[in-house]
Design a protein around this ligand. Structure first.
Ligand code: ADP
Ligand code: MG
Length: 520
């Protein structure tokens, strides 16, 4: 449905168009008319379906520019989400000239107080910092007309219920309350009953929780093989932008450092970083200065970065719903994506629990060999070499160039360039990871094997390593000229999935040549 049919005014429609939105998403189509009509709404739809604009557009519509008070408050679980939401509202409200401010912890409170003095009509914030401003009387919520609990499931997971109650106590009883969430556990329904008035429930049934646009693979390997399996998979898949999920902050740190040691442009994102560092890492990722972001679930929750092509679950999530959130970082807005989950043999029950939730089988995949990965790296370096050449001025090194040309053939020189760009010497850099506490045995599991699982690769999709998106999407970013070399590596070696269930069953994997050790 077009936005024009939803009852929005001209200034808002203009910003929507400038923002590049054409059609409303299902959750927007269903909730915007209700919210515009003043109803309390509980909206459930999977991540990446546009819930921000679903509540944001009617709020912007209702804002009275002549009223100097805060008229809407949006509570967000994390700093990044709060910032992201505020940015989206600023853009969508730009033609109407709505003043949106955002507050969150770990950042200079005086600057935020300055912002609050500018009479915002909309305030977005994380629970703790919102309370802080309420207590300091730097944010007055006595005239709020609409209150939003965004990503409500995550706020509960993070233990914000008390803070939320305290904030709600400061907001007039006569108000509109909106609640948006990707999942709807009972605890959230109870919030709805407690803080909302006859809320209308809108649930957009996902055909599948994980989008069909994401090809989902898993690699079964021992813990001490995981890092090699990860880097070799990355070498083969050449992710345009990839997110690597680790279970703990320490894990994220170690993975980021290990990836750097092996020559990748990677950085870690987790809650122990200062706000400044987190912003820097995110900016680097969004500007493609790095192409691998390593993150904990919480740090990456709800992040909306365009063109994330790959999600790597270095550690399988304990909670199946976390998997859905992780995978939701790719395959957004109609783009395709690939996910690879590394799973230790004793974690197979967790894999099955995920598949039960998503109603979708993951395709088994074998890790690449050292040699295959090496070829992948060399292959990938072609693009970077081309970019490097375009930036290099031979004139300024004429003498040295002549010297080299008299010493080596052009073929040797080109090979040396590729080897250098590919960082071949770093491919096996030693990396040590601390041991993570193993997940508890999953209760109620129906045994460790995936009973009855046969022919997981019936789709016959040319092997799990591709996952390349078409060149034109990537065609403009530094170093990743669109390549269409699908055939080159499309040999039988990667299509070995057909037999892999048997292989896994009998415990006779192909020859392993892994290098990573676990410490501790
Ligand atoms: P959610 O909160 O449901 O996870 P977001 O609100 O973060 O989803 O939106 C996901 C992405 O989709 C964002 O990049 C957003 O700008 C984009 N988006 C939202 N609505 C539309 C629309 N109607 N058309 C195109 N893109 C949209
Ligand atoms: Mg959201």
């Amino acid at each position: 449905m077009k936005f024009e049919e939803l009852g929005l005014s001209k200034a808002i429609l203009q910003s929507i168009a400038a923002h590049g939105y054409v059609e409303a998403t299902p959750i927007q189509e269903k909730t915007i008319p209700l919210t515009l009509a003043g109803k309390d709404v509980i909206g459930q739809a999977q991540t990446g379906t546009g819930k921000t604009a679903a509540f944001g557009l009617p709020i912007l519509e209702h804002i009275d520019l002549d009223n100097p008070n805060i008229q809407a408050v949006i509570i967000s679980p994390t700093r990044e989400l709060a910032i992201q939401t505020a940015e989206e509202l600023k853009k969508l409200g730009s033609d109407k000239h709505v003043n949106v401010q955002v507050v969150f912890g770990g950042s200079d409170i005086r600057r935020q107080i300055q912002g609050l003095k500018s009479h915002p009509q909309i305030l977005v914030g994380t629970p703790g910092r919102l309370l802080d401003h309420i207590n300091r009387k730097t944010a007055k919520l006595g005239h709020v007309q609409t209150l939003v609990l965004d990503e409500a499931d995550e706020m509960l997971n993070m233990g914000f219920l008390d803070d939320i109650e305290a904030i709600i106590a400061q907001v007039p009883k006569e108000r509109q309350t909106l609640l948006f969430s990707a999942t709807m556990p009972d605890s959230i329904r109870r919030i709805g009953e407690k803080f909302m008035t006859n809320p209308v429930m809108v649930k957009i049934e996902a055909k599948q929780l994980t989008t069909d646009l994401v090809e989902q693979y898993f690699i079964r390997c021992r813990n001490e093989e995981k890092f090699d399996a990860l880097t070799r998979t990355i070498d083969i898949q050449e992710p345009y932008l990839g997110i690597v999920f680790g279970r703990t902050k320490r894990r994220v740190e170690e993975l980021a450092r290990g990836l750097e040691a092996r020559g990748y442009r990677a950085a870690g994102l987790h809650g122990d970083l200062t706000q400044q560092m987190r912003s820097r890492v995110l900016d680097q990722f969004k500007s493609h200065e790095i192409n691998l972001l390593v993150a904990t679930d919480v740090a990456a929750r709800g992040l909306d970065v365009k063109d994330v092509s790959h999600v790597y679950n270095f550690d399988i999530p304990q909670d199946p719903e976390s998997y859905v959130h992780r995978i939701g970082r790719t395959g957004r807005a109609g783009a395709t994506g690939t996910s690879v989950t590394l799973v230790a043999p004793n974690e197979m029950d967790y894999l099955r629990a995920i598949e039960e939730l998503t109603k979708k089988r993951m395709t088994p995949m074998q890790p690449a060999t050292l040699q295959e990965a090496r070829l992948g790296r060399i292959d990938a370096s072609l693009d970077e070499a081309a970019v490097l050449m375009s930036k290099t001025n031979p004139g300024e090194m004429q003498a040295q160039v002549s010297a080299l040309l008299s010493q080596f053939t052009p073929e040797q020189l080109a090979a040396g360039l590729l080897a250098s760009v590919a960082g071949l010497e770093k491919q096996n850099a030693p990396v040590t990871l601390s041991r993570e506490r193993p997940l508890p045995r999953r209760k109620g599991g129906k045994g460790g094997s995936r009973g009855g699982y046969r022919g997981g690769n019936r789709r016959g999709n040319g092997g799990g390593y591709r996952g390349r998106r078409d060149g034109d999407r990537r065609g403009n970013g530094g170093g990743y000229r669109g390549r269409r070399d699908g055939e080159r590596r499309g040999n039988g070696a990667y299509k070995g999935n057909n037999h892999s269930s048997e292989r896994r069953g009998s415990g006779q994997g192909r020859k392993r040549d892994f290098t990573v050790r676990e410490k501790g």
